[in-house]
Design a protein around this ligand. Structure first.
Ligand code: FES
Length: 166
């Protein structure tokens, strides 16, 4: 027996919900306001945070005096400082040329410190042998710390005659 086929239910049509022009413009305006608000918040936080420049410490340890043989000039690259040891004692001095600030180089063959930029030459005591450098290389405070290691203070410039006896 054939049953009559039940009529199929009409397929549900998805309700289309077209975005109206007004909604679209509202969405865009909301997005723009959010971006502007975030930008303002970032600028405000940056403005409120302290604008401090953190510089590396000027005092550093330079190891043991035994690390420096007598009659040696040792360049400490990370500090741009020479540690010089002679039979009279030790001193530390800047490796920065007093002309325009280039980094000088120790030349053991000629026993001179030479600047590669404009040709200044310095003695190992820092004195100027040839210009255009206007001043000697400054000496820095060099002392023995309590633990027996050398301590250099690049903020304290001392006389060339201040030599650490070791
Ligand atoms: S910077 Fe050294 S001689 Fe000019």
């Amino acid at each position: 027996m054939n049953m009559p086929a039940e009529p199929k239910a009409p397929e549900k049509q998805e309700e289309k919900n077209p975005v109206s022009r007004r909604d679209f413009l509202n969405e865009i305006a909301g997005g723009a306001l959010t971006i502007a608000g975030l930008g303002a918040a970032v600028v405000t936080v940056k403005y409120a945070s302290p604008n401090v420049l953190f510089e590396p410490p000027t005092t550093f340890r330079a190891g043991s005096p035994d690390d420096y043989p007598v009659n040696s000039v040792t360049y400490l690259q990370d500090q741009q400082v020479y540690v010089v040891r002679t039979d009279r004692g030790m001193w530390a001095m800047s490796a920065v040329c007093t002309h325009l600030g280039c980094i000088t180089q120790w030349k053991p063959d000629s026993s001179q410190i030479a600047c590669p930029c404009h040709g200044s030459k310095f003695q190992r005591t820092g004195g100027v042998e040839a210009g255009p450098a206007p001043r000697p290389l400054p000496h820095f405070s060099l002392v023995l710390g309590e633990d027996g290691t050398l301590v250099v203070d690049k903020l304290e410039v001392v006389m060339e005659t201040e030599i650490l006896k070791v």
